[in-house]
Design a protein around this ligand. Structure first.
Ligand SMILES: Cc1ncc(COP(=O)(O)O)c(C=O)c1O
Length: 443
């Protein structure tokens, strides 16, 4: 490691906080671009793990943060509430589907919001068990990791009340047949899971990502979510959507599940909600969030500066028609990537919705052997070429594309040309694989 800043960072910052793909350091950011200390600019298709939904350093956000801090920098909403947080709750209730009485809980990260679900749903339903999906990523606190089914959390023994079932992955169908995927996963749930380890009358809730993002940007078949909703209703099991990564407009609607018309009992939000400031929320049926007083509270929850930023964020998304743009530009991105797929044998699948897109790399399209090293190499080469992409997936072989929703068609064309260049360089052995390996995971 030759960069003196990275040497110091390596000495001082806990590895527990790191997941690294290339040795970038960031000096500043604006819109869709990051700039490093040498002045090199990068087009960012990661949006910092999908946080910079409206892009970086939006002028309107910067202004309201300052105004809010000058007026009221902080109050603990737990004991002395103020109006900004309440206005934000009102807006979130308005944009979340469900013609029933809803309330809002606020926290700081997707993890603490999913902890809210892990704690409150079993209490509210007076049932102890929960169901989640293999490959899901709900966070790193003990409650949220218990709900997760991702290898990132597999070294921890979480709470034993959560049963994990296969996610309906059309590209790698867990029961072998893509055209019977919904039937097979739901049959497994009803005939095997409910009859053995997780009786429905003991099951409080089921949590799912509408698009399983860290699991590999997997989009379930169209009929899966509506049929899952029906099944949950039948057994009176709360249906919870984790929209932390793909919510807030990324897929072209406020929430990814809206494309299938389902109405969950709870929606979990985080990441881009605070426009870069730490803020998460659960919007849920009143009876879930009112199950007890003071049982899931954090001193700085819903703080006025974050709440004000989130309100302005939502106003920008609405006034700049960014949901529509995410849908249109997402379709365009996907079209160009599908064209690229016809030229690159290693691209096994391109999938997604709006500006949540995954490119799955395989050694060949017949065996579908995950091309893990090649995926890392492509991300690394893109970084060298001024384009930032991370990879996800339980085999670490899916390039994740979650840019700011403000990305333009020209930037999309540029991004695809850089990806194409990276694939060409890989084919011609121009990528230093030792450098790629030494850049992974802070090693
Ligand atoms: C779907 C989903 N839920 C929850 C989380 C956890 O959010 P955080 O890292 O803000 O705690 C993530 C993070 O990647 C996520 O993608």
């Amino acid at each position: 490691m030759s960069n003196p800043f990275l040497v110091m960072e390596d000495q001082l910052i806990a590895n527990a906080l790191k997941i690294r793909f290339f040795p970038i350091t960031v000096q500043s950011a604006k819109g869709t671009r990051l700039t490093d200390p040498n002045g090199k600019e990068y087009l960012d298709l990661t949006a910092g793990w999908a946080v910079a939904g409206i892009g970086y350093s939006h002028q309107r956000i910067s202004q309201v943060i300052k105004e809010q801090y000058d007026t009221l920098s902080f109050t603990s909403q737990l004991s002395a509430p103020e109006q900004t947080m309440v206005a934000l709750a009102n807006k979130l209730v308005e944009i979340t589907p469900g013609n029933f009485s809803k309330k809002v809980w606020f926290g700081h990260s997707g993890s603490d919001a999913n902890d809210c679900i892990a704690k409150l749903v079993p209490l509210a339903k007076k049932r102890s068990r929960m169901i989640s999906f293999m490959g899901s990523y709900h966070g790193q606190t003990m409650g949220s990791l218990s709900l997760s089914g991702h290898p990132a959390q597999s070294m921890f023994i979480g709470s034993g009340n959560v049963i994990k079932i296969p996610y309906p992955n059309p590209y790698r169908p867990p029961f072998g047949e893509t055209n019977r995927l919904t039937d097979q996963v739901l049959q497994y749930l009803e005939d095997e899971v409910f009859r053995t380890v997780c009786p429905p009358e003991q099951t409080a809730g089921l949590i799912i990502e509408g698009i399983q993002s860290d699991g590999g940007l997997i989009v379930p078949p169209d009929d899966f979510l509506p049929r899952l909703e029906k099944l949950c209703k039948h057994y009176d099991i709360a249906l919870i959507f984790d929209e932390v990564k793909v919510g807030m407009g990324r897929t072209g609607k406020w929430f990814s599940y809206e494309h299938t018309g389902v109405t969950p009992d709870a929606t979990v939000l985080g990441k881009s909600l605070g426009a870069g400031l730490p803020l998460s929320a659960v919007v849920a049926r009143q009876e879930i969030l009112d199950v007890g007083s003071g049982i899931h509270m954090f001193t700085t929850s819903g703080n006025p500066v974050c709440s004000r930023a989130a309100l302005e964020n939502i106003a920008i998304l609405e006034e700049e028609f960014l949901l529509k743009q995410a849908q249109e530009n997402g379709d365009y991105f996907m079209k160009l990537l599908k064209e690229l797929q016809t030229k690159v044998e290693w691209i096994g699948d391109v999938r997604g919705h709006g500006l949540a897109i995954g490119i799955e790399l395989v050694e060949d399209r017949i065996t579908k052997t995950p091309a893990t090293e090649k995926t890392a190499a492509i991300c690394y080469r893109c970084y060298e070429l001024g384009l930032l992409v991370f990879y996800v997936g339980i085999h670490s072989n899916v390039i994740e594309i979650t840019p700011p929703l403000t990305i333009t068609k020209e930037e999309i064309e540029h991004a695809v040309s850089v990806l194409e260049q990276a694939f060409t360089d890989l084919a011609y052995g121009k990528i230093d694989m030792d450098l790629v390996k030494s850049s992974q995971d802070g090693s």
